[in-house]
Write a protein that binds this ligand. Structure first.
Ligand SMILES: Nc1ncnc2c1ncn2[C@@H]1O[C@H](COP(=O)(O)OP(=O)(O)OP(=O)(O)O)[C@@H](O)[C@H]1O
Length: 562
């Protein structure tokens, strides 16, 4: 993707080359004044030389302006290419990551990389190849001055190298500490109400201060290391420039160079070492950009490819779960252990079990929110990987336990944020889904009805209202597979009755339904019940048989009807 904006960088490099040529203009001007204008008292020559210098400076400013515009364009182009891939890959990968992986923010890394690639640090890099040329010009004035420029540049490169060594580790630590600190604060902000009500404000402030302390400590260490190297670099540069004057004066006294060449050599030497000095100054951003580049590459390597897949026909609604196992990657504990069962079209399976038995994990897995570590899930006979992820998701209605509505209108939330301009049936389908689960009347009673805007995280509704909207979203466009995780958790008796009616209607049209439940009210329309215990299938069979077995004091296992 960086290759795609290569053209911009080539142009910027070309403009840098032209600009660096023009930087020779003041030197030539100075040489001409000392060696030609002053001895001959040539006023007209001076006027023409000044005019030429003016033109050179104007062109230089123009080139620098265009160069920075090109880099801004490259930055925008890079963002257009990279951001889409990264955001899509983030969402896809986090869904497929399974249990226990922390979320990372590759888009932040992308911003860091983009800013460095197109910021002032790059100008220093473009100017760096001109250092040898300026050294050569110094050597042409006098070999000793060339030698001084060469030695000075080498010492400055050594300082840059030392700066890299000294700052790399603290900068990486500072960046990790900053990610942790910002992420942790975001999490606290999401629970700000509970923090206030439970009197945890002081404790949370203490916690975030400690995290910031860690971040600031690493940043300070990096800044101290970089700062001292920068001071050494500046000192050397100043000394070199003045040293060149002194050396030039000695050579002029000896009659080896002209008076004008004294100042020209000092100026040229300054130009020769300037990019090295700038690189030392902007080393921090290079180190950060290199770390970001590594992160992004590692991240994209792990992301699955979007290879075009054969479109499969709309599923009829058969789900086969075959020997699936899900493991907590931190503790290696099995959360789901070798589960197999099937749901046919028009069949409803209820999954019950104690808290922590693995019901939600199973629902997330079947819905495609997470991936399994072993086993397979087939929809209409095709393994998940054979389906195009988004195409399959359109045929799955999933209501997670954490209801996850998003900022936007109720209509957009139910329509899963489909583009209304690209699809004119959206409104009718949204209303049909809401009517199916009895949410239509409730939505109409809201101030702006379907256009009521929800806040960040879907704020602005009661839990029961939120659950009804999430249910309508799951039912949007009659999906062939319905996975509902405790869909009655926040419903009143009226809402539960409407939910049962919606389930009956989905069954009647042939959807495969899986519902997890704590409350027995939902078990009525279930054909079969699976009982989970600590990630294993403890019992499975027709509803009444399982309920009967559970009601007996010492339940005997029921033959699996999967
Ligand atoms: N993101 C996660 N990372 C690690 N472990 C997890 C994660 N989510 C769930 N677990 C573990 O998986 C087990 C099953 O959790 P799950 O939420 O599936 O249970 P559940 O049966 O739905 O419980 P409940 O009825 O309380 O909702 C729990 O022991 C939990 O600790």
């Amino acid at each position: 993707m960086i290759g795609a904006v290569k053209r911009h960088f080539l142009w910027a490099a070309l403009f840098s080359a032209l600009a660096n040529l023009l930087f020779l203009a003041p030197t030539l001007y100075m040489l001409q004044i000392y060696d030609r204008v002053v001895p001959t008292r040539g006023g007209t020559t001076l006027a023409f030389l000044t005019l030429a210098l003016l033109l050179a400076f104007a062109t230089l400013s123009l080139l620098e302006h265009v160069r920075s515009r090109i880099l801004v364009r490259a930055s925008i182009g890079l963002d257009r290419r990279l951001a889409r891939t990264l955001i899509a890959a983030t969402l896809r990968q986090q869904a497929g990551e399974g249990i226990g992986r922390t979320s990372r923010q590759p888009i932040r890394e992308c911003d860091q990389l983009r800013q460095t690639l197109t910021g002032p640090a790059m100008f220093a890099l473009f100017d760096a190849p001109w250092t040898p040329i300026y050294i050569l010009v110094c050597a042409l004035i006098h070999p000793l001055i060339g030698l001084m420029a060469l030695a000075g540049s080498l010492v400055l490169v050594a300082v840059a190298w030392a700066s890299d060594r000294a700052t790399r580790q603290p900068l990486l630590q500072a960046s990790a500490a900053a990610n942790l600190s910002y992420g942790s604060q975001e999490q606290t902000m999401q629970g700000a109400e509970a923090v206030r009500a439970l009197g945890m404000r002081g404790a949370m402030v203490r916690r975030h201060l400690a995290e910031r302390e860690d971040m600031l400590g690493w940043q300070a260490e990096a800044s101290f290391a970089a700062g001292s190297r920068m001071a050494i670099s500046r000192f050397l540069r100043n000394m070199l420039q003045s040293g060149a004057l002194g050396l030039g004066a000695l050579l002029a006294i000896d009659g080896q160079i002209s008076g004008g060449a004294i100042f020209a050599s000092s100026f040229l030497l300054g130009r020769a070492v300037a990019p090295v000095d700038q690189l030392v100054g902007s080393w921090r951003s290079f180190v950060a950009a290199r770390a970001s580049h590594g992160e992004i590459m590692a991240w994209l390597d792990g992301a699955t490819d979007d290879a075009p897949q054969t479109s499969l026909p709309r599923p009829k609604g058969r789900v086969d779960v075959e020997r699936v196992t899900v493991e907590d990657s931190h503790s290696q504990r099995l959360i789901l252990n070798n589960l197999s069962f099937a749901i046919g079209p028009g069949e409803m399976v209820a999954v019950i079990g104690a808290s922590g038995a693995g019901k939600s994990t199973l629902a997330r897995l079947v819905a495609g929110a997470i991936a399994c570590d072993q086993g397979e899930i087939r929809i209409d006979g095709a393994e998940r990987s054979q389906w195009d992820g988004d195409a399959l998701a359109a045929h799955i209605g999933y209501m997670p336990q954490q209801l996850s509505l998003f900022a936007g209108s109720i209509r957009d939330n139910i329509a899963r944020f489909a583009d209304p301009d690209a699809d004119e049936r959206i409104d009718a389908d949204v209303i049909a889904a809401a009517q199916l689960c009895g949410a239509h009347g409730m939505i109409l009673r809201l101030p702006q009805g379907y256009d009521t805007m929800l806040g960040w995280g879907g704020m602005g509704l009661s839990m029961g209202q939120t659950q009804r909207i999430a249910l309508a979203r799951a039912l949007f466009r009659d999906p062939a597979v319905l996975i509902l995780d405790e869909p009655n958790a926040h419903l009143d008796s009226d809402g539960e009755a409407q939910l049962i009616a919606a389930l009956a209607s989905a069954k009647a049209r042939g959807a495969a339904i899986m519902v997890t439940a704590h409350r027995t009210g939902l078990l009525g329309p279930a054909d079969r019940i699976l009982v989970l215990d600590n990630g294993r299938m403890r019992m499975s069979g027709p509803r009444d048989q399982v309920l009967g077995a559970l009601a007996r004091p010492r339940p005997a296992p029921v033959a699996g009807a999967a």
